[in-house]
Design a protein around this ligand. Sequence first.
Ligand SMILES: *Cc1c(COP(=O)(O)O)cnc(C)c1O
Length: 471
Amino acid sequence: MTTPPLAELFRKLPSVDEVLRDPSLRDIEETYGRESVAEAARIVLSRLRQEISSALLNEKSLELALSGLSGAIENQLRRESSFSLRPVLNATGVLLHTNLGRAPLSDSAIDHIRESATRYSNLEFDLADGSRGKRDVHVDRLFRRLLASGKTGGDISTVVVNNNAAAVLLVLNTLAEGGEVIVSRGELVEIGGSFRIPDVMAKSGAILREVGTTNRTRVSDYEKAITDKTRLLLRVHRSNFEITGFTEQPSMEELVALARQRGIPLLEDLGSGALFDRRSVGIDGEPAVLDSLHAGVDIVTYSGDKLLGGPQAGLISGRPEFVARIRANSLFRALRVDKLTYAALEATLLAYVRQDHNAIPALRMMRLAKQEIEARAKTLAADITAAGIRAELLDGDSLLGGGAAPSTVLPTRLLAITYAELSAQEVAARLRACDPPIIARIEEGRILLDLRTVFPEQDATLAAALRRIAS
Ligand SMILES: *Cc1c(COP(=O)(O)O)cnc(C)c1O
């Protein structure tokens, strides 16, 4: 049998109109509408045309494809109308994974979003006198309770913008546009690919004045760089790297003393600002918002979805006179957040006020003891070894991630999985193809699962997926 020329195969393709006459498409049309079905038919036919051109189809396989045309059209429609943003099961042990959406929200945050966003709300309405209100008040009152104390001079204001990058941009623009900002060369960081201190500085209209060297900067370096053009001293937290060895950095107290003496405000970009006592979860090095304010820093900026465990947001907390100027900047209007963010943030902050840290998923995961993780890992291991999968428990580390202290790890028990006939890469790909997709670590040719970041109610889903892959 000779293979027919391509032209003959092309002739076998029906037109869109012909396809649409198929009575088996009537039901699909009811669901998706005639226009969408026609569009899907066009896509499916053009895919077939491409496959013919690339010699992927012969007469037989084309006939088979044509007999399943209505099924292919339905699949196409189903794919298009399903969500692209989907929940995944995070078995990496990276708590604040930027690629996986950072902090998962608490139940009360979701309830508060639903409650206040499915109806009208008093977002900017003063219920006491019926006049226009400010959206900041809903969370500013809670930040005040969490941050204001005798040690911070009793008064701290907070405003919320879209993320910490926006917070840094807004503070620099408000307090230093046209003037100079002094930063240590060791702190000219890049975070998450596109947040670079020199670039943000340029966009803010402030002029970067670098001092010191990559590894050593002294307070005298800052002092010598101060001129009548200086508007701000900036300290940036080294969120995703460390400089070790022959290093020196002025203490916060020294910088505060210099700032006070010369009457220049001091800004600290904390990145992952924590609102809880980090020692309670064994993370020592990560800066806390209160420590900086107590030390006398005038303004701090930090993310809402890192160690705080809330929604994406940029928080600017500090002395009321500075925060008032920041709030009055027209850029604030462009960077402000919506009611969903306020709702999630308010509920998260209320959990802190009530000292209910376990209500916040990221904090609950941080506080999980290694023994608890081990017990769950053992149950899971027993479940899957019965299905012929090799599973071994190992000591390892969970990571904070999201630009939190790089060397700060939490001890955990890892589950190392090997399948007789599949490479780790193949297993990882199959896990990602599960519903929900499962994201694992690969190390030294093995799949490693860290249950710290898996919600306990997901353990059974994870076990079932691992068994299914084996069969
Ligand atoms: C994470 C981080 C940022 C960026 O914060 P986003 O909320 O992601 O915009 C900026 N500065 C530091 C020090 C950070 O750690």
